[in-house]
Structure formats: structure tokens, C-alpha cells
Design a protein. Structure first.
Length: 171
């Protein structure tokens, strides 16, 4: 009887000790970001006709990286990697029609596509590249352009969240 209790205790102890074998403390960056602690984020390029969206996208990505806390934001001269971004498209599509009038819209979807490149600062060697789409929706009132402008930070925030997840976790 004592022997079976000792065996059960040993098996339980062994199971408890091996259950956390793959756990690591702290951030676990993807393989392409090994050795990177400091990141520079210069102003993004704007390949669209939407004005001033590059400054909004750049500051939103910087804030998300700072909030994540995995990497430190620095200048290009001190950085281990540089994030180069290009806003490729800003698209507004009809999501919902007005009741009784299918030609008029009551809600739109807004999609912002940003192409991100992670490069070495001195050699411009490509470490990773990804195109990410940020989405949001907005309802139409009197001025559709003002409402689209107010919805733009939400779509860019969605893209920034996805990018920082890709940057720090490889997703």
C-alpha cells in the first residue's frame, strides 16, 4: 500500500514539474526579431490621395509599440531595426442601405491597408515584411467626409494593433 502511494505521488510530482516545461518569462520575440531591443519608426509614406494620414498612422504605431512594451522606440542612429511603413490604400465601401432606398447608404466600412517593412538600419537588409488591413465602420449623417475622417483613427488603430502583434509575437 505504501509503495502505490509513493508511486502515485511520484507520478503526480513528475506531471506537475513537466507541465510548465515550455514556459518562458518575459517577451518571446519571433525569430526574425532576435537580438532587437530598440526600434525606429520614421514617418510613413502615403501612396493614397488621403491627406495627412501618414502622420496619424506613424504616431498610432509608435503608441502601440510603446504600450506593448517589448521594444524601445529610438532614433534611427541607435535602433536595432527600422519599421518603414507605406499607406497603400484607403477604401470606403457601402455596408448598409437606407430602408426603402437601396441607392443611399446609412453605413460604410473603411479599410486602410498599410505595408510594413522591418529592416536593419545600416544595411537596409529586409528582416520581415507584411501588408496589414485595418477595418472599421461608420454611420452616415450630414457630412460623409467628416465622418470618414473621424473613423480613420479607428481603422489605423486596428492595423497598428495587428502590426504590433506581428512584431512582438509573430502573428
Amino acid at each position: 500500500m505504501d509503495r502505490s502511494i509513493v508511486r502515485q505521488f511520484f507520478c503526480l510530482l513528475l506531471g506537475c514539474l513537466t507541465g510548465c516545461a515550455g514556459y518562458t518569462l518575459g517577451p518571446t520575440p519571433p525569430t526574425y526579431m532576435k537580438g532587437v531591443r530598440r526600434i525606429a519608426v520614421p514617418i510613413f509614406k502615403n501612396a493614397t490621395i488621403t491627406p495627412d494620414v501618414e502622420a496619424l498612422a506613424t504616431t498610432t504605431v509608435i503608441k502601440q509599440i510603446q504600450q506593448d512594451g517589448t521594444y524601445e522606440i529610438t532614433g534611427v542612429d541607435q535602433a536595432d531595426a527600422v519599421v518603414a511603413g507605406t499607406i497603400d490604400s484607403v477604401e470606403r465601401t457601402k455596408a448598409r442601405s437606407l430602408q426603402g432606398n437601396v441607392l443611399a447608404s446609412s453605413e460604410f466600412n473603411l479599410r486602410v491597408t498599410i505595408n510594413f517593412r522591418i529592416e536593419r538600419p545600416n544595411t537596409s537588409q529586409l528582416m520581415a515584411e507584411r501588408s496589414i488591413e485595418g477595418d472599421t465602420s461608420f454611420f452616415v449623417g450630414n457630412d460623409i467626409f467628416t465622418q470618414e475622417r473621424e473613423a480613420m483613427p479607428l481603422a489605423i488603430q486596428d492595423a497598428a494593433l495587428q502590426f504590433v502583434s506581428f512584431l512582438s509575437e509573430g502573428w
